[in-house]
Ligand binder design. Structure first.
Ligand SMILES: *Cc1c(COP(=O)(O)O)cnc(C)c1O
Length: 395
């Protein structure tokens, strides 16, 4: 039975390899951290994790997860509305809403599900979704699952957004959809201007804060803190899988009626398992920690500022960043791969990205800073970039 498609898949896989697009997995044998151990025993500094606050192996979160295992067990064996909702799930939802200054929150297994299950319950063919051209794959999939009219505007381009809003006046309801930080460039869209346009053209605003939550804004409250528009964005989606501990879990937080409707109709919520207690318990502890202090954000912002300043001074071409993502532009795909491999030899683990992940001739190395990086880590990374940059005639 398997014969025919097997040959087909083998050919396709070969084509992927030959195009140099095959994604191999690098095995890590330590916990996720600023310094990690690879399979061959080599220890390297990690500059490619979404571990922005260094919480992935934080002792307090490990302890909270263990406690939750003891008090609330291992698994839920149910979706939320049957018998998969513990007291802890409600507590975590309340804490997320408070963190973002929103009315209510609904948890998902991942933000991919939060975005996948967001649009279809709220909008019909009578309505319009106006989406940034660089939005995350999960938003694109969520939009595909919904019958609303689709409009696309150029990345963070307010003139184009306004044009689309004008055209979309034909529809009943409109929603503007954007990432809070665009993951390949590190830029933040002007969410204050987006909200002003939404007001003018009668639209809702949705922001996916996966790369901005915990990171952007003085205390990490995300784009609404950065632009001083707390409570103005109607819908925020986010993940527990990046800055917030890095385990798993997604959420949608926002207006009360919207969240209530998602609990009734959002398919990934209705038909997929509840988050396990260990993840929920650690999540609660994490938001408690965030309430006590923003020292991790301070360190992250300091680290990012230091790194970008040093790299600019060294002569590298860096995309302007408003997040913890620093795109080091190399333009050439092959160069980006050679550069990353040489950095690994120097003990710095980063990834080079090229088409189709980024536009053609826009290859780059994406550096992700963390509050867990110590000064010596940053110094070592900058020195390695300079050494390899000179070796390869980039600077
Ligand atoms: C990572 C990411 C997601 C997916 O989050 P998961 O919780 O890992 O599913 C969604 N949107 C954006 C913008 C992301 O960066």
């Amino acid at each position: 039975m398997y014969g025919k498609i097997k040959e087909h898949l083998k050919q396709e896989l070969n084509a992927i390899s030959e195009a140099g697009l095959f994604k191999a997995e690098r095995i890590i044998t330590s916990s996720q951290s600023a310094e990690i151990q690879l399979e061959d025993g080599k220890r390297v500094l990690n500059f490619c994790a979404n571990n922005y606050l260094g919480l992935s192996d934080h002792p307090q979160l490990v302890e909270a997860a263990k406690e939750a295992l003891d008090t609330h067990g291992y698994g839920m064996s149910s979706v939320r509305f049957i018998c998969g909702c513990q007291d802890m799930h409600k507590t975590l939802e309340a804490k997320i809403a408070e963190y973002f200054g929103c009315e209510d929150t609904i948890l998902y297994a991942a933000c991919f599900d939060a975005n996948g299950g967001l649009f279809e319950p709220l909008l019909t063919a009578e309505d319009a979704i106006i989406s940034d051209s660089l939005n995350h794959a999960s938003i694109i999939d969520g939009v595909r699952l919904c019958k609303a009219q689709r409009y696309r505007y150029n990345n963070a381009d307010m003139e184009d957004l306004e044009q689309q809003l004008i055209t979309a006046q034909e529809q009943r309801f409109r929603i503007i959809v954007t990432d809070g930080v665009f993951s390949m460039d590190g830029n933040v869209p002007p969410v204050d201007q987006i909200c002003a346009l939404a007001e003018k053209y009668d639209a809702l605003v949705m922001v996916d804060e996966c790369h901005s939550a915990g990171v952007v804004g003085e205390t990490g409250r995300g784009v609404t803190e950065l632009f001083n528009i707390r409570g103005k964005v109607d819908i925020i989606t986010g993940t527990l899988g990046k800055a917030f501990g890095g385990a798993i879990g997604g959420f949608t937080t926002g207006r009360k009626e919207i969240i209530e409707m998602l609990r009734q109709r959002s398919r990934p919520y209705l038909f997929s398992n509840s988050l396990p207690p260990a993840v929920v318990g650690a999540g609660i502890r994490m938001f408690d920690m965030m309430k006590e202090t923003s020292e991790l954000q301070e360190r992250l912002h300091k680290n990012t500022a230091f790194f970008t300043k040093q790299m600019l001074a060294a002569g590298f071409d860096i995309k302007p960043t408003q997040s913890a993502i620093c795109a080091v532009m190399l333009y050439d795909a092959k160069l980006s791969q050679v550069f990353a491999a040489k950095l690994l030899e120097e003990g710095i683990y980063v990834i080079g990205f090229y088409f189709p992940v980024v536009p053609k001739d826009q290859a780059r190395i994406r550096v992700q800073l963390s509050a867990a990086h110590k000064q010596e880590h940053l110094d070592k990374a900058v020195a390695a970039f300079i050494k390899v940059g000179k070796d390869l005639n980039v600077i």
